[in-house]
Design a protein around this ligand. Sequence first.
Ligand code: ADP
Length: 502
Amino acid sequence: MTVPSVDLAAPNGVKWSQPVGLFIGNEFVASSSGETIASIDPATEEVIVSVHAASAEDVDKAVKAAKTALKSPDWKLLSGSERGQLMWRLADLMEAKKELFATIEAWDNGKTYHEALEVDLVEAVAVIRYYAGFCDKYFGQVISTTHQKFAYTLRQPIGVVGQIIPWNYPLSMATWKLGPALACGNTVVLKAAEQTPLSILVLGELVKEAGFPPGVVNFINGLGKDAGSALVNHPLVDKIAFTGSTATASSIMATAAKTLKNITLESGGKSPLLVFKDADMDQAAKWSHLGIMSNQGQICTATSRILVQEEVYDDFVKRFIETVNTTSKVGHQWAEDTYQGPQVSKAQYDRVLGYIEIGKNEGAKVATGGKALSIGDKGKGYFVAPTVFTEVNPSMRIYQEEIFGPVVVILRFKTEEEAIALANDSIYGLGAAVFTKDLERAHRVSAEIESGMVWVNSSQDCDPRIPFGGVKQSGIGRELGEAGLEAYSQTKAVHVNMGNWL
Ligand code: ADP
């Protein structure tokens, strides 16, 4: 049964007709159980709209639609160039609706409208275009052996891919996963996070309009424990690509093992940022601020542990706190001067405030922030003051555990060896940043830090052309860049006996 869209008007005046069904086989259909989940504005705590939530039965329908599409000549026999055309069209359609997408992201996630428009949407469109270009430029090899034998490899899709994304960058995360999957000819069932279910459904409309055959791309909403788990358990799903917490990644890996599914996991982090005494202090303070306070601190690569060489410690801390206090204006997501909107949900708000209390009880010093904020007259919304802890030691939970909010710890170190040891004292290994003007040191430390990415004299620099991913408990596999294609294709070897061998 198809489900009609619901007319919405956002606080910034943008109006549209929001699909609320499950996007399966290019139609918006009702969930079999009739269950829904509510999308909530974290600034006002009011319900925006409810959308259909997939049960295991709906997941089965979506997976079967993807399986049928995988075998269908309409998709299977498309040339790489034709697949690329579909993706270029999708990117153009997304770009034409960028204000609408930014409005939706701001409304149900709480991120600022201007950041959604200028950062998230630009990236989402760029990622689809980047992978569209690969569609007809990614193929196997001919391998020289003997004159009697001809051998070559085919790069083939993995099959039906289940993709599970988080709520911090809903549309970007969807494109990071859709781009390479479609470029390699897979079909997809993608589940959005329950906190941010809306943008993906509007993207579904554009997938259809761009001309993708039914079933190639399916978007579902639903709870992780129901729809997410059903997707990971489904025997017809060949691969799971996941971004989210390390605990969920670990449980997905265990479940996927039962049917030996291919997996790509991008999970938590507690990324270090090292400031050496020869660094440009203005730059270090500016980037350290962006590295933890942007997107409400809800970034898996957030540089949430700042390590500063003792000679410049006092100077850095003073500049950093000044930057936090002058730049991190907390407010509603629509205001032009807001830097930090509300945390995405009550659960995240409670979690962040819980960690702030843990830090205080552990004996760390609150250098600024350290509390909830009341914005506006009704006292509603999940607003947290940007918080800086000093007097921290590595055994504290606030040093070791991922908080996923606008909370940072600052420590001092004496030598490069100590800085590297402190940086690597973590179960995580996602990002890391190094501030120094010494080129040799920059490269030496970059090589020694246990992480999937290092930023020299910056933080959070992200580019569709450059691989993204983690080591240790931060993940398995890479997204973005050419490396991202490896996650969505498999190599088949063909050995041809030319007729006169043996
Ligand atoms: P967070 O704790 O920040 O919400 P999660 O890792 O729980 O992060 O969620 C990230 C994504 O994983 C969401 O789409 C969520 O619905 C999904 N998810 C959560 N639990 C499971 C699970 N057991 N199996 C599959 N997906 C899950």
